[in-house]
Design a protein around this ligand. Structure first.
Ligand SMILES: Nc1nc2c(ncn2[C@@H]2O[C@H](COP(=O)(O)OP(=O)(O)OP(=O)(O)O)[C@@H](O)[C@H]2O)c(=O)[nH]1
Ligand SMILES: [Mg+2]
Length: 167
């Protein structure tokens, strides 16, 4: 089981829905998609993602509002996808603190810089700087990967599938 974590509204449920759709029927990058409707996740949201050749992986989203009890799920997890909304500078300090807590578990972790399609006053590079991603990478390089994504045009989706196939 892979845990899908990150602050409220960063796009976890949206990503999960679209990954599931993509794993069923092949759509290509830059197919501009209408984002599926989501509501804030209360509790958790579990889905099986097919990875082809009869293999699949279970992904469990825990809503951002459940952050105080995320840690009770870490024992069962093989890896973590941590989703950050890079268009939201107001949430960056929360995201940064949560990410450090998550990385302390030393599980394979994919940091997803989502909503890269939205032009914000703070650029994606500035967000990376504010998250101290380079410094974190120096310490956590052996188990941490980073990908920029957009659920709007599926940027980065192939990299997420590639990471999932390493389990
Ligand atoms: N433009 C844009 N909007 C996105 C993207 N990903 C998600 N959204 C929107 O962001 C909002 C929140 O998305 P959710 O997937 O519900 O967020 P969540 O992380 O599951 O939130 P919680 O369950 O409350 O923790 C929705 O309106 C989505 O349509 C993206 O890549 N680009
Ligand atoms: Mg959700």
């Amino acid at each position: 089981m892979i845990l899908l974590l990150g602050p409220s509204g960063s796009g976890k449920s949206t990503l999960l829905k679209l990954l599931m759709q993509d794993s069923k029927q092949k759509t290509s990058k830059n197919d501009f998609v209408e984002l599926p409707a989501t509501i804030p996740t209360v509790g958790s949201n579990i889905n099986n993602i097919s990875l082809g050749k009869r293999s699949h992986i279970e992904i469990r989203e825990l809503g951002g509002s459940m952050a105080p009890i995320w840690k009770s799920y870490f024992d069962e997890a093989k890896g973590i996808i941590f989703v950050i909304d890079v268009s939201n500078p107001q949430q960056i300090s929360v995201a940064s603190i949560q990410l450090k807590e998550v990385l302390a578990y030393k599980l394979p972790t994919l940091v997803v810089l989502n909503k890269s399609d939205i032009l914000s006053v703070t650029s994606v590079n500035e967000m990376k700087y504010l998250l101290r991603l380079n410094q974190l990478f120096l310490v956590c390089e052996s188990y941490m990967s980073v990908v920029e994504t957009s659920c709007q045009d599926k940027t980065g989706f192939q990299d997420i599938f590639k990471w999932l196939r390493t389990f």
